[in-house]
Design a protein around this ligand. Structure first.
Ligand code: XMP
Length: 334
């Protein structure tokens, strides 16, 4: 009979067997469910011979980098290095309007930064007398549906958007640097990953986190990404998600966020005419993320969020709720 505890014991034994007594493992983490569960599993199996790297790409959510650092490093004891490359990303995003170009830039830059860090970590790992082993492995939090998707890749429909995430990047790492791939979650579905996370003692709030795209809020700002718009998206998103949590409906929604439409609209605030950005709220329910429906919020809820955003977020004078289903809309705006 298959149980999560058995799976966990076997997964740990398997990792130890693969990695050996001295082997060391590198991974990119995001704070998302998959990479967090995979990282905790590696930590349980091989302790600090597992090295996790979080790259701050400048388009993470409000206080997210600090929060992930607390969760993974302090609470879960994972050996984590945080690289703050936010300025490099924001500089490079200047002037890019096309969604695919944004994705390509962020994905490419991510690999460059990650590789630079990997070299530093390899040196540290090799010179640490308590470890004195080489980094030979690269860990990815690939799930079963990702495996299936890549096997059944049939052409253009699968490339509607270039998906970049920490699980998708390291073909080059794995080949280029001769690192062998470890994918401890590759036989699991999402709900099983969550169950495994609970078995590993990961807090419920982390286990139930909504997915967040690799290119972050860059794909939630239509057109050019600027520090000002990033700040607006962050503040608005924080208000929206806090209200969702307060209403006790976070777990009923599959994914929710606030985006910025940089076309501007006229409004009045106090007795002054203002000209501000439009914030787009999106919240969907879905089982497989291939199709989705907009979440049916109570009207009062949406009014409360609207009021808070126009009053608290400087530079915004309109709030709209996106009710488009997928298809034809995608979950992200870009
Ligand atoms: P769409 O917008 O295609 O999104 O309906 C489906 C799911 O995929 C996520 N998504 C991404 N995840 N890198 C990621 O890691 C990406 O480039 C990316 N684009 C979309 C999206 O958040 C949703 O969960």
């Amino acid at each position: 009979e298959w149980t999560m505890q058995k799976f966990l014991d076997e997964a740990i034994a398997q990792i130890r067997h693969t990695v050996g007594e001295k082997g060391q493992v590198l991974a990119a983490v995001s704070g998302g469910v998959d990479s967090t569960v995979a990282a905790k599993l590696m930590k349980e199996a091989i302790g600090s011979r597992f090295w996790a790297v979080l790259v701050n790409n400048g388009v993470m959510r409000l206080n997210e980098c600090e929060q992930v650092q607390k969760d993974l490093s302090e609470a879960l004891g994972i050996n984590l290095t945080v690289v703050d490359a936010s300025q490099q990303f924001l500089d490079g995003l200047k002037g890019i309007e096309d969604p695919e170009k944004k994705r390509k830039f962020i994905g490419g830059k991510f690999i460059d930064i990650f590789e630079e860090e990997a070299i530093k970590i390899e040196k540290a790992a090799a010179s640490d007398p308590t470890k004195a082993g080489k980094i030979e492995f690269f860990m990815q939090g690939t799930l079963y549906p990702d495996v299936i998707e890549s096997l059944s890749f049939k052409g253009p429909s699968a490339t509607i958007k270039t998906h970049h995430n920490v699980g998708g990047l390291p073909a080059r790492m794995a080949n280029g640097q001769g690192l062998k791939l470890i994918e401890p979650l590759r036989s699991l579905y999402k709900d099983e990953v969550r169950a495994l996370g609970r078995a590993l003692g990961i807090p419920e709030e982390l286990v139930m986190r909504h997915p967040f795209p690799g290119p972050g809020i860059a794909v939630r700002i239509l057109g050019e990404v600027t520090p000002e718009k990033v700040e607006i998206a962050r503040q608005a998103d924080h208000i929206f998600i806090s209200e969702i949590r307060k209403a006790g409906i976070y777990d009923r929604i599959s994914q929710a966020y606030a985006a910025v439409d940089p076309s501007r609209a006229v409004g009045v605030m106090g007795d002054k005419r203002v000209y501000g950005y439009i914030v787009v709220l999106r919240a969907v329910t879905t089982t497989d993320f291939m199709t989705a429906e907009a979440y049916n919020f109570p009207w009062e809820f949406l009014q409360r969020v609207m009021n808070r955003i126009v009053n608290e977020v400087h530079g915004v004078c309109r709030v709209v709720y996106d009710i488009t289903s997928k298809p034809p809309g995608t979950i992200e705006l870009e």
